[in-house]
Ligand binder design. Structure first.
Ligand code: HEM
Length: 208
């Protein structure tokens, strides 16, 4: 990323990083390290997340044939299925950290100004008081109020791009390969339980 940003600084082509170089130069706030870090954030936040949602979401839909059949019958249901998959899988956990700017109270617990708060968005998305029978994948439950993209001013910048990508992927994948199935027993799938973004290291599939 360091080399890529250096190359764009030398020759700012008409693309995301090149435009950032020009805009920052015009504002007299060029900062190589800051731009490298932004580019890296966008790569991880933009690729690692959707790629893992695609693999895990594919497995989740194949494991719930009735739900998969429902979106194949009626693709107008896919946007709701995407919200439910985002809720059920919550692949980005523990990154929604905040610092209290004033003394407050959350769920009966006092939080003083300056204290840090880590929000457990996976737990929130599996709260049975909000999502009854939370482990069940139910594309009709209306899960749009999940917090898989965080919450507040710093909630995910790319969430609507992610929603479109996932809708297109799930509609297209199962329309083109209707007999798609996982090629190994599910407990042999290598899960990323050692990474910030949860997902699969690989997903072997096959079809007829
Ligand atoms: C399924 C896909 C994705 C998930 C589950 C996801 C999840 C998240 C979460 C939980 C946060 C933290 C929000 C908070 O602190 O309240 C976040 C932040 C962010 N995401 Fe995503 N994300 C996804 C896709 C993307 C994509 C496609 C992009 C860009 C192309 C992106 C760019 C960002 C950026 C830049 C931030 C930082 C926002 C800020 O701090 O103001 N994300 N994302």
């Amino acid at each position: 990323m360091d080399e890529l940003v250096k190359a764009k600084e030398a020759d700012p082509t008409d693309d995301l990083i090149g435009r950032q170089v020009l805009a920052r130069r015009a504002d007299d706030r060029e900062d190589h390290d800051a731009l490298t870090s932004l580019a890296l954030l966008l790569l991880i936040a933009g690729h690692e997340t959707t790629a893992n949602m695609i693999s895990l979401g594919t497995v989740a839909l194949l494991e719930s044939p009735d739900q998969l059949a429902a979106i194949r019958r009626d693709p107008s249901k896919t946007p709701n299925a995407v919200e439910e998959l985002l809720r059920r899988l919550t692949i980005v956990e523990w990154v929604t950290s905040r610092v209290a700017v004033a003394d407050t109270e959350i769920g009966g617990v006092p939080v003083k100004a300056g204290e840090g708060v880590l929000t457990a968005n996976l737990s929130a998305n599996h709260d049975p008081a909000v999502f009854p029978d939370p482990e069940r994948l139910d594309i009709d439950r209306g899960a749009r109020n999940h917090v898989a993209f965080g919450f507040g001013a710093h909630q995910c910048l790319g969430q609507n791009l992610a929603r479109v990508e996932l809708r297109v992927v799930f509609d297209t994948l199962f329309a083109r390969i209707p007999t798609l199935r996982v090629a190994v027993p599910l407990d042999e799938l290598p899960v990323k339980d050692d990474a910030t973004v949860y997902g699969l290291h690989k997903l072997p599939v096959t079809w007829d």
